[in-house]
Design a protein around this ligand. Sequence first.
Ligand code: GCB
Length: 597
Amino acid sequence: MVHICCYAQSPLITNVYNRTIINLNGKWQYIVDPYETGFYDYRWKERNERDREAYWNSDVPDNKTDRKEHGYTDKNILNVPGDWNSQDTKFLYYEGTVWYKKSFDFKNVAADKKVFLYFGAVNYKCDVYLNGKKLGAHKGGFTPFNFEIPQDLLKEKENFLVVKVDNKRYADEIPTLNTDWWNYGGITRDVQLVLVPQNFIRDYSIQLSKTSLSTKEKKIEGWIKFSAPVNENILLEIPGLKFKKEIAVSGDSAAFNFTLPALELWSYQRPKLYQIILTSKDDKVKDKIGFRTIEVQGSRILLNGKPIFLRGICIHEEIADQGRRAYSKADALQLLKQVKELNANMVRLAHYPHNENMVRMADSLGILVWSEIPVYWTIDFGNAEVLQKAKQQLNEMITRDRNRCSIIIWSVGNETPVTDARTNFMGNLAQTARQMDGYRIISAALETHTDNGVITVDDPLGQYTDMVSVNEYLGWYGGLPNNCRNAQWKIKYDKPLFFSETGAEALGGYHADSLTRWSEEYQEWFYREQVEMMKRMPSNFSGLSPWILNDFRSPRRNNPTYQQGWNNKGLFDHNGKKKKAFYVLKSYYDEMKKKMP
Ligand code: GCB
């Protein structure tokens, strides 16, 4: 009997795209099941594995007397990867269960291979069945997971793969009931079979040591983990540097370090990546990795030992003109090209880990990344199980991406209320992130409060983070933009200060005078005042990621004239057209680039 829980059934395999894979993307048949009839019987008891009415079991009647009340058909098709909301108007607001089914053949697989079923992400909860057997379950809408498939379960012909996907919101999940983005449901990222040797390289970390620059040694530190203990020498190669090193492994993991004097560092100005090849007796994994250091020293952020200014912008994982989740390389390129047009050097991937294409593309285009888990607004902070769920998502995010040099910041959440329970919860996450990965900055987007006209930042969570990131909307949620002129700031921490959000809405193409809310001119004015205020900020001011690159769908935004289900704080409107504010921010970024290239 497979144990059912919210965790992936097998430890995550990293870098799956560079392994032997069989793609299961494409057309999947589906059944919409708002009452979860395929899962619970009429007494609301979970159906047992062999229940013929369970939707994970065959939908083919045994004979003409047989009664079947479920069925998969080509009349009901969803594309995978993809959210269901954008694929048929009946799904636009749907929150509930949809069963997905894929039939696939599986031939010629050597018995010495292991086979894993890998999902890039499914929002939010899924239960996965193959040929009538449960492989496992997973919760968390934005991180990958995999299950090992027992060899004797796979057939040469017509394997019957069923995934129950449920995107309902709950108070004790992450995120919770309340978000300001669209709850896109479905199998939103790639699905593939990953074929690996019996004993394979499951995970590894290869990083430039922080001390490298002071010693000029360019020391690389790392580790490798196998799926089971081995006793052998593995080979690590970096062909671009003609470098080879044997590493002795006895057990299921080994640590190593070495120096690479000729190494060229990765930076957003020159995003140099090296091919890395790891070869063990049975396995071989290739990756492309860049080497850089990122750290906070005093009140500055240093990349490769030099102070930087983060010319950032927030992004949701959405293609606005098609009103859908982004998932592909083409989507990542479309979004990151917009970022380049703005002359930005950084993105805040809000408010959840984006797909792997995005961070790999950021590595190769040279864009710094803030990556975040959806600990957002109103999490049930007093609940120990919820903390475990948050940790699981943090773990999956860091495990997938720790070798992506573009990622410089792990964020443990956004705009959470100051209480002891919340500070313990998020302090714990910050500590976990630091233990898992000592090569990045830990942060969280905090709120400010205003005391006697002074904007105050004193959130106790600031003591656990390496930089102080705040969301401020002076001139949109409080007063008018000219309030920025006499804004006084009081910041408790002597750490780099970052505006993780600021922004105002404008309906693209709506023009009026600058005092008129929702007009492009109001948003433009807002940005002008904000930029002037930023120029007066104290010297620890280290950058910003305004809210947001593109307009995005949000069910909370119900002004019938100016919103209609969209949050219109984008610098690009939902047809991809630049608003006036775009040019204000761009010219600030042009100026800052000259000062701190
Ligand atoms: C915020 C949130 C973001 C919202 C934004 C807004 O502070 O972090 O998720 O979408 O404000 O537009 O209000």
